[in-house]
Design a protein around this ligand. Structure first.
Ligand code: CAA
Length: 337
């Protein structure tokens, strides 16, 4: 749970690319475990390491890195999905620090969370992303109101939560007041590389299963791998998986070197997730009728792959991020302050 966390904070001290390899391999076996670890690490532990004070780092990171606390990232709300800056959860100053009130939706890991990175509005009048701040909450500051029933990823818990006037100290504000949206966006820049690795792992598992089946299954007196129709499917799968892998590892290396990786991460997630949806469907096609049954794992890969096109920013949002970057619109916005 602390693969890429420095040893002084209780982690394994590996680099970011190693962590991405771990997510890929976990997701090859079980994508629900993959996202549990991805959200815990990319979306909770790493932003506390990046934006936290020394005190916050030494207090909150070691229990996360050692796996004693599970991390949960609470950004999304019913009316604030792709438009994350529209969130309405409030943080009002009081004598202790802050009083938090609101409701969040589709929160991975929430039911078992020990630490929750939660985004709330500290300035109700500031437009959009402007008045958002980031806070570090404990698991008992939130109340889980629902376990979501999903198409796939069933070994990962997804919850609706409410925060009912939880009072937290001033030391729970992560980074500066009103700068929480930047924390969220920077976090997602790295998190998206992890989801791309998850998609890659799922696609690899589907390919492995389809290739093995094609070499065994016989029809018309031959192995189906001897038919060009199946050979071309496997060739396309292998090629697209390689292409996704190179995009994912490139983005991970850029982040590891401390270089800009917003565009590279969005490209990796966009391509790897859409590739995983296409190729898990092809794996079912190679399995034929058996692929549609629970007897083989490929129907699970297909169900698990779909979410990678949606969470941590839909494919449409990734295209928006890429377009803003290649057209210079992000730099212009940043330059204008
Ligand atoms: N890095 C740093 N800062 C950034 C940034 C980045 N990549 N992108 C934007 N910002 C900053 C901007 O500079 C701006 O800062 P100032 O206000 O200080 O000028 C601020 O953030 C607002 O930026 P925009 O005007 O670009 O904001 P926007 O409202 O147009 O939204 C968006 C941008 C890209 C659409 C964003 O809302 C977004 O990413 N939406 C998708 C939300 C998402 O990915 N949700 C995932 C939920 S978590 C999850 O899924 C976890 C799970 O369970 C697996």
């Amino acid at each position: 749970m602390g693969v890429c966390v420095p040893e002084e904070y209780g982690g394994a001290g590996a680099d970011f690319l190693s962590y991405i390899l771990v997510l890929e391999e976990l997701s090859r076996a079980d994508a629900g475990v993959g996202v549990t670890v991805a959200v815990h690490t990319s979306a909770v532990t790493l932003p506390i390491l990046t934006f936290g004070t020394d005190e916050q780092r030494s207090r909150f990171v070691p229990p996360l890195a050692r796996g004693e606390h599970l991390g949960s990232f609470a950004l999304t709300e019913a009316e604030a999905g792709s438009d994350a800056g529209a969130l309405r959860t409030r943080a009002e100053p009081d004598s202790e620090g802050w009083r938090i009130t609101g409701a969040k939706q589709w929160i991975t890991n929430a039911r078992f969370a020990g630490t929750v990175l939660l985004f709330a509005r500290t300035d109700l009048d500031a437009p959009g992303a402007g008045g958002v701040s980031a806070f570090i909450l404990d698991g008992d500051h939130i109340r889980v109101t629902r376990d979501e029933e999903k198409l796939g990823l069933n070994s990962s818990i997804t919850n609706d939560i409410v925060v009912e006037g939880a009072t937290i100290g001033r030391d729970r504000l992560l980074h500066e007041e009103g700068k929480g949206f930047r924390v969220a966006m920077t976090t997602l820049d790295g998190g998206r590389i992890g989801i791309a690795a998850q998609a890659l792992g799922i696609a690899q598992a589907a390919y492995d299963a389809a290739r093995a089946y094609a070499l065994e299954r016989r029809q018309f007196g031959k192995r189906i791998a001897d038919f060009q129709a199946i050979q071309w499917k496997l060739a396309d799968m292998a090629t697209e998986i390689d292409a996704a892998r190179l995009l994912v590892y490139r983005a991970a290396e850029l982040k590891q070197r401390g270089e800009p990786h917003t565009e590279a991460g969005a490209k990796a997630k966009l391509f790897a997730s859409e590739m995983a949806r296409r190729q898990t469907a092809e794996a079912i096609q190679i399995f034929g009728g058996y692929g549609y049954t629970k007897e083989f794992p490929v129907e699970r890969y297909y169900r698990d792959a779909k979410i990678t096109e949606i969470y941590e920013g839909t494919s449409e949002i990734q295209r928006l991020v890429i377009a803003r970057s290649i057209l210079g619109l992000t730099e212009r916005a940043l330059a204008q302050g």
